[in-house]
Design a protein around this ligand. Structure first.
Ligand SMILES: [Mg+2]
Length: 220
């Protein structure tokens, strides 16, 4: 199989709502000994580390690696704390679709602003973490394009092949733009931060409302 399928996580594989980021925002509060340190920060389609920098700026704190390491420890503790709650839920038949792709032998990868550890907790809960042996994560780069490039580079290495075609599946306008920049097709799902008409403006190759009725062949 020479087509790399690149998945976004939040709003695509898992439902995204005000509770999705609770472990992250709780960790920011704990680190800074603050209340609601994430207030007013738009986290959609951004890398977790980029968001972290903004949280610090807003609190008037200078970034240091030491703080980042401390944050990661607190974050892992909170991910553990929330893993058996229902804050992460499957989105629109995504896991069945991912399994269908995997069973047909398609190479899969992730393109997400999530830190690898956050991605792991969320996708383990969905039962699909092991189907994504590689990915571009929030610690790989600060912007989405560089994260996507990293995902492709790692996938080339892991799957030991050059991909003839690539498909990005995501819920935001930024995912469409990123797909175009890396020369991939784009599939937009209307379950995330951007509405159908906002997505349509950027002419993705395909727009879907869910994964239930999506045939693999429709991706190409
Ligand atoms: Mg998303």
């Amino acid at each position: 199989m020479n087509t790399l399928i690149i998945f976004d996580i939040n709003g695509t594989i898992i439902q995204r709502d005000s509770r999705t980021d609770i472990p992250y925002s709780k960790s920011a509060d704990e680190l800074l000994n603050a209340y609601n340190a994430m207030k007013g920060i738009d986290t959609s389609a951004r890398s977790d580390k980029d968001v972290f920098m903004e949280v610090l700026r807003n609190a008037g704190v200078v970034f240091e690696d030491r703080l980042w390491s401390k944050f990661l420890k607190i974050y892992e503790k909170n991910l553990e704390l929330f893993k058996n709650t229902d804050i992460w839920r499957e989105n629109a038949g995504s896991t069945d679709f991912i399994n269908r792709l995997y069973n047909k032998g398609y190479p899969l990868t992730l393109m997400t602003g999530e830190l690898r550890i956050g991605a792991r907790f969320k996708l383990e809960k969905m039962g699909v973490w092991s189907l994504f042996p590689v990915g571009g994560f929030g610690e790989d780069a600060l912007d989405r394009y560089s994260i996507a490039m990293k995902a492709v580079e790692k996938s080339r290495g892991y799957y030991a092949r050059d991909f003839k075609e690539m498909v990005v599946i995501g819920d935001t306008v930024l995912d469409i733009k990123t797909a175009r920049k890396i020369g991939a097709k784009s599939v937009s799902i209307t379950t995330g931060s951007n509405r159908r008409n906002e997505l349509e403006e950027y002419s993705p190759d395909l727009i879907i409302d869910d994964f239930y009725s999506l045939d693999i062949e429709m991706l190409f």
